[in-house]
Design a protein around this ligand. Structure first.
Ligand code: IFM
Length: 449
């Protein structure tokens, strides 16, 4: 299949601040919840932390050069909130200066920046006041956004308020796998609500400020299929879909939480008394685009012994990545169609897609054929959506570099570029070379030949 990019199509790679920057104590940066969480024993594989990560803070000029070398025309990164506001009421100019430098370097090379405001590194001082469980955090977020828009807004055409609110809420506050490591489902639903509300208020702020760029949000959407066609499994697949996808899509595009999930959450976790009258209207503030992060699909069945509403995920079938995630490119196509048909005709950007594999560096090369297959399959699926008239305006590989994969530490490698964490030497993997060839040939088929 041919995949010809329009001139405006953004083909890029993504990273996030805590996963790549390192330099966690430099130039006035404050601690984030991930600094604290990763330094507590037992949360992260091998006790890894983001203290050094890929040292991108010092090597960003080389990394921007790598982006050019890969032939990409866009770079998605996030701003570390604790670099900007290390303490309550303290604005850190050096933190802003770092991102100004990065934006300048991208501009020099004609690389379009796509900037995420929140990719999970909440300043610890805000967590100490209740974090996302508290409505006050919404005001802190809007203040932070206003500062960043004022200081950097002219250089950024595309803003993403939040990355994957589902993970912030449920991995951070229900299962406790992510910072701040809490295990309370009622809190988690409140967190999801506060994150969404902070998004809506920030969109409204952005409009009031009259900046020229566009603003949206990125959701991690996971297509859910019933393990069998039994009525109970079909019902439980709808519940899983409600938790993973509809809760967020309905709020953003319909201005209402789905009735079935509202009832279910209230029944299992208690009254959703944190939702106030005008909140949903604010959450549904019109955005300019939707960011979609897609990695895999899930299959679920009803299981009365499961303590999660009676829901159990099935083992993946077929090929899986090093994360144990099923390789399912067709589900990406179906997901994009679903978003368009059921929710919005707004432009979509695939803001993350990629795979971890057990890459080995041998004699200066990394032969990651499986990642090439993964990317090819997903880019083909995305391209089919475009050929069918779908409004897809960009595709970002996760990730530019191998990096700190949260609770998996440095044990999982997602990069187009291999990072030797002892030396910080970067090596472009075969997948990076394949992508570069595909871009210069402007056709996935030609590059594959
Ligand atoms: O590394 C993460 C990223 O931070 C958010 N989306 C999923 C990626 C892979 O797990």
């Amino acid at each position: 299949m041919d995949f010809r990019f329009s001139r405006e199509f953004l083909l890029g790679a993504a990273t996030s601040a805590y996963q790549v920057e390192g330099a966690v104590r430099e130039d006035g940066r404050g601690a984030s919840i991930w600094d604290v969480f990763s330094h507590e024993q037992g949360h992260v594989w091998n006790e890894c932390t983001g203290d050094e990560a890929c040292d991108h803070y010092h090597r960003y000029l080389d990394d921007v050069q790598l982006i050019t070398h890969l032939g990409l025309n866009a770079y998605r990164f996030s701003i570390a909130w604790p670099r900007i506001f290390p303490e309550k009421g303290v604005l850190n100019q050096k933190g802003l200066a770092f991102y100004r430098g990065l934006l300048d370097a991208l501009k020099e090379r004609n690389i379009t920046p796509v900037v995420t405001l929140y990719h999970w590194d909440l300043p610890q001082w805000i967590e100490d006041e209740g974090g996302w469980r508290s409505r006050d955090t919404i005001d802190y977020f809007v203040d932070y956004a206003e500062t960043v828009f004022r200081e950097l807004g002219d250089s950024v055409p595309l803003w993403i308020t939040h990355n994957e609110p589902w993970c912030v809420a449920f991995l951070g506050h229900a299962t406790g796998e992510h910072a701040p490591g809490r295990k309370n489902w009622h809190e988690a639903v409140a967190v999801a609500h506060h994150v969404l509300l902070s998004h809506g208020r920030t969109v409204n702020l952005y409009r009031r400020m009259g900046l020229k760029g566009q603003i949206g949000i990125t959701l991690n959407l996971t297509p859910i299929e019933p393990g069998t066609q039994e009525a109970q499994d079909v019902t439980f697949a709808q519940i899983a879909d409600g938790n993973s996808n509809r809760w967020f899509l309905d709020a953003l595009f319909r201005g209402a939480y789905s009735e079935d999930m509202t009832a279910l959450y209230a029944q299992f976790f208690g009254a959703l008394d944190f939702i106030q009258k005008e909140d949903l209207q604010e959450i549904a503030a019109p955005i300019d685009f939707l960011g979609v992060n897609y990695y895999t699909r899930n299959r679920v069945v009803f299981d009365p012994t499961s303590d999660l509403f009676g829901l159990r995920a099935l083992e993946p079938v077929g090929e899986v990545t090093a994360m144990g995630w099923e390789v399912a490119p067709e589900s990406l196509y179906q997901l994009l169609c679903r978003v368009r048909d059921e929710y919005t005709r707004l432009p979509i950007y695939i803001t993350e897609n990629g795979a971890a594999y057990d890459d080995q560096l041998n004699a200066g090369e990394v032969h990651d054929e499986l990642r090439i297959q993964y990317l090819r399959g997903h880019i083909e699926a995305a391209s089919r959506f475009v050929q069918d008239g779908g409004l897809l305006k960009g595709y970002f590989v996760w990730s530019l570099l191998d990096n700190f994969e949260w609770a998996f530490g440095y044990g999982k490698r997602f990069g187009l570029v291999y990072v030797d964490y002892n030396t910080q030497v970067r090596t472009v993997k075969d997948s990076g070379k394949w992508l570069r060839d595909m871009i210069s040939a402007e056709s996935i088929t030609k590059a594959a030949d």
